[in-house]
Design a binder for this molecule. Structure first.
Ligand code: GLV
Ligand code: MN
Ligand code: MN
Length: 431
């Protein structure tokens, strides 16, 4: 395979990266909260960013549509050809950064712009590829509003679960009601599903959301897989009693048991190389300053490269929690609220992403980093219907899900070049 297939000068790619950075700033202004970024599923902000994305898609000759789950799509190329999907998501966590998901959608648009024939600017000429290109802006990856992640991509994968209609947001609005308020028909959700025969694969660029590339001093990485994840809600039951009158030998303090369990999660996961555990929520009931907590609830998010390792660690945590609660006279139980197996990126798409990254490096450079994603991505759902490939961009200091989240324009430029090259290398292989 030739190392470089893309005909585009440095200035054009640098201009594309500048446009991506400016559009990330523009989308950051579409927020439900002033002074912070928050854009959730089926909100007015969701509708506004879809309209902007559709405008930007049409500007590069794509035909656009919003699907039955509120995902925004643009397509260019032969109408009957299978499509290579490029994209990421436009929704955010609360108090988010401006790049998680968003940068991948905007980079995909620049890839389409670069791959159109010279002089096609403003016209509807197609890139000369053996497949169509579709840019997809997923509507819900984070699950911020309804507590269930990957709603947009699950609809596209055809794995929508009818039980989800009853999920409620913080105001008690059900997912079904929110669909109708947004102008979507829950009865038509099946129309968002794609058939494997219609797709060549899914390629996504995303910031790493961790420090590995920053520590290595490298811009881009090939993603080998997306972590497997399990999430639990743990309930600890003790006895509420008077904070002043109850001596220690009579106390069954649920919050102290939950706190010790949270420390056990850290101790056990720290001893494992590839498993990360987080207790992100901890609540005490009845929640008064002068009452020993009779009940405590905590969340647990467990992620790992391999499902088996993750499950073994959950077993070790459960045994430790049993011991803690037994010693403190407490009872506990866990409800699993999310479980997703690891998704492995397709070898062919890993190869083309590697070729793409190599095209951005001096000749003779070492192979780029190959890392697994500890964060969740739309590819976890899309993997059910087509091959998935991912490209990571350096994320300075590894800070993400935070307003200080950053990416350098130079890395975005290299990422756009690598992604465009990856598409061309994929086009050189059988469809
Ligand atoms: C999504 O960003 C997740 O990994 O939780
Ligand atoms: Mn995220
Ligand atoms: Mn993301």
């Amino acid at each position: 395979m030739p190392a470089s297939l893309l005909v585009a000068g440095h200035d054009r790619i640098a201009g594309a990266a500048r446009r991506v950075m400016a559009r990330c700033d523009e989308l950051a202004r579409v927020s439900a909260t002033s002074g912070a970024i928050e854009r959730v599923y089926l909100s007015t902000e969701h509708a506004r960013v879809n309209r902007l994305a559709a405008e930007w898609m049409r500007e590069i000759g794509m035909t656009t549509r919003q699907d039955a789950a509120g995902n925004q799509l643009g397509r260019i190329g032969p109408p009957d050809a299978p499509a290579l999907l490029l994209g990421s998501h436009l929704d955010t966590v609360p108090d988010a950064g401006r790049y998680d998901g968003i940068v991948g959608v905007l980079m995909a648009l620049e890839v389409v712009r670069l791959l159109r024939p010279p002089g096609a600017e403003g016209s509807a000429s197609d890139p000369a590829l053996p497949f169509a290109l579709e840019v997809i802006a997923f509507s819900d990856e984070e699950g911020t509003r309804f507590g269930k992640a990957l709603l947009g991509s699950s609809a596209v994968a055809g794995t929508w679960d009818a039980d989800w209609w009853a999920l409620t947001d913080a105001d008690g609005t059900t997912l079904g009601e929110a669909f109708r308020e947004f102008g979507l028909d829950p009865g038509r959700i099946g129309e968002a599903a794609r058939h494997p025969d219609e797709l060549v694969g899914y390629l996504e660029a995303h910031i790493e959301q961790g420090p590995e590339l920053d520590r290595r001093g490298e811009s881009l990485a090939v993603v080998s897989s997306i972590a497997s994840a399990r999430r639990f809600q743990l309930v600890v039951e003790g006895e509420a009693r008077h904070a002043g009158g109850t001596p220690y030998d009579l106390r069954r303090d649920a919050l102290l048991g939950a706190s010790e369990a949270a420390l056990a999660v850290e101790r056990i996961c720290r001893a494992e190389h590839h498993i990360i555990g987080t207790v992100g929520q901890l609540e005490a009931y009845p929640g008064a300053v002068n009452i020993i907590p009779g009940e405590a609830r905590l969340s647990l998010d467990l992620r790992g490269e391999f499902d088996g390792e993750r499950d073994r660690v959950w077993g070790a945590i459960s045994r430790d929690v049993d011991e803690i609660m037994g010693r403190r006279g407490l009872r506990w139980h866990a409800r699993e609220i999310h479980s997703a197996p690891a998704v492995f990126c397709a070898p062919l798409l890993q190869d083309v992403v590697r070729e793409g990254i190599l095209s951005t490096l001096p000749s003779g450079a070492d192979d780029p980093a190959v890392i697994f994603s500890r964060a969740g991505h739309d590819g976890m759902a899309i993997g059910a219907v087509t091959d998935v490939g991912m490209l990571f961009l350096r994320n300075p200091d590894g800070i993400s899900h935070h307003p200080d989240e950053a990416v350098a324009a130079g890395d975005v430029a290299r990422g756009i070049q690598a992604l465009a090259e990856a598409v061309l290398h994929r086009a050189a292989e059988p469809v």
